[in-house]
Design a binder for this molecule. Structure first.
Ligand code: SAH
Length: 239
C-alpha cells in the first residue's frame, strides 16, 4: 500500500513537473492512467489473460471512480477493496479473468448478479450489447446506478433486488456472471441462460471454486478454474 502510494506520488510529481504548473485534475487523471496501464500489464496480462478486447476494456475502465474516495489511491492495487456495507470490489485480476471466461461478444446481452460498485458491469459494457445487473443492497445498487449514469454507461441497467430469480423480463441471456458466492447454482439462472450460453460463478462456502458452466443440449458442462474467495450470495439461496 505504501509502495503504491509512493509510486502514485512520484507519478504525480512527474506530471506536475512535466506540465510546469499547478497539479490539475488532468494531471491526477494521468497518474491514474499510468497506474491502470501497469495494473493491466502486471496483474492481468502477465497472469495469462490475453484476450485483447478484455485487456482494452480494463485499460479504459476508471476503477478509481468505483471505490470510496478515501481509497482511490489504492484502486489499482492487486487486491479487493471495501466498498461499504461489508462488501468488496473484486481484485482486478479476478475481474479480468471472469470477463475473459465469459467470452463476451458485441451482440451479447449479459446478466450480472451482484452489482456492488458497478465496476464489473462497466468493464463489460464496452464489450457487449447490454448489461443487466442486480444488487440486493439498496444503497449500493442506487449508488452504482447513479455512478454508471454519471460516467455515461448507457447500456447498463441496474435493478435492486435478489438476483436469485434473475431478470425474467430480459431473458434469455447470452452469458451470466455471478459475483457473490452461492453454495449451489441458483436453478432459475440456468433457466435464463441461452442454449450454448455460459455462466461464470464462484460456488461454495468456506472453500469456493470459480466455475464456468456451459448450457448444452445434453445438459450442463462444468469446469472449475481456480479457488476464489467472494462475499456470500444472500437472499433466497440461503433458505
Ligand atoms: N461485481 C461487484 C463486486 C461484487 S461484491 C463490483 O464490480 O464491484 C458482491 C455483491 O453481491 C455485493 O454488493 C452483495 O451485496 C451482492 N449480492 C449478494 N447476494 C446477492 C443477491 N442474492 N442478489 C443480488 N446481489 C447480491
Amino acid at each position: 500500500m505504501n509502495r503504491i502510494r509512493k509510486t502514485l506520488g512520484l507519478m504525480m510529481a512527474f506530471v506536475y513537473c512535466a506540465s510546469g504548473g499547478e497539479q490539475t485534475g488532468d494531471a491526477q487523471d494521468r497518474g491514474y492512467d499510468l497506474l491502470r496501464e501497469r495494473m493491466v500489464a502486471e496483474q492481468i496480462e502477465a497472469r495469462g489473460v490475453t484476450d485483447v478486447s478484455v485487456l482494452e476494456a480494463m485499460r479504459k475502465s476508471p476503477r478509481h471512480l468505483f471505490v470510496p474516495e478515501a481509497l482511490q489511491y489504492r484502486a489499482y492495487e492487486d487486491n479487493p477493496l471495501p466498498i461499504g456495507k461489508d462488501q468488496t470490489i473484486s481484485q482486478p485480476y479476478i475481474v479480468g479473468l471472469m470477463t475473459a471466461l465469459l467470452e463476451p461478444k458485441k451482440s451479447d446481452r449479459i446478466l450480472e448478479i451482484g452489482t456492488g460498485s458497478g465496476y464489473q458491469a462497466a468493464v463489460l459494457s464496452s464489450l457487449v450489447d447490454s448489461v443487466f445487473t442486480i444488487e440486493i443492497i439498496e444503497s449500493l445498487g442506487a449508488q452504482a446506478r447513479r455512478r454508471l449514469a454519471a460516467l455515461g454507461y448507457g447500456n447498463v441497467w441496474v435493478r435492486i433486488g435478489d438476483g436469485y430469480r434473475g431478470w425474467p423480463e430480459h431473458v434469455p441471456f447470452d452469458a451470466i456472471i455471478v459475483t457473490a458466492a452461492p453454495s449451489r447454482i441458483p436453478e432459475p439462472l440456468i433457466d435464463q441462460l441461452k442454449l450454448g450460453g455460459r455462466m461464470v460463478i464462484p460456488v461454495g462456502e468456506a472453500n469456493q471454486e470459480l466455475q464456468v458452466i456451459v448450457k448444452t443440449v445434453d445438459g450442463l458442462r462444468t469446469r472449475s478454474v481456480i479457488p476464489v474467495r467472494f462475499v456470500p450470495m444472500t437472499g433466497e439461496i440461503k433458505k
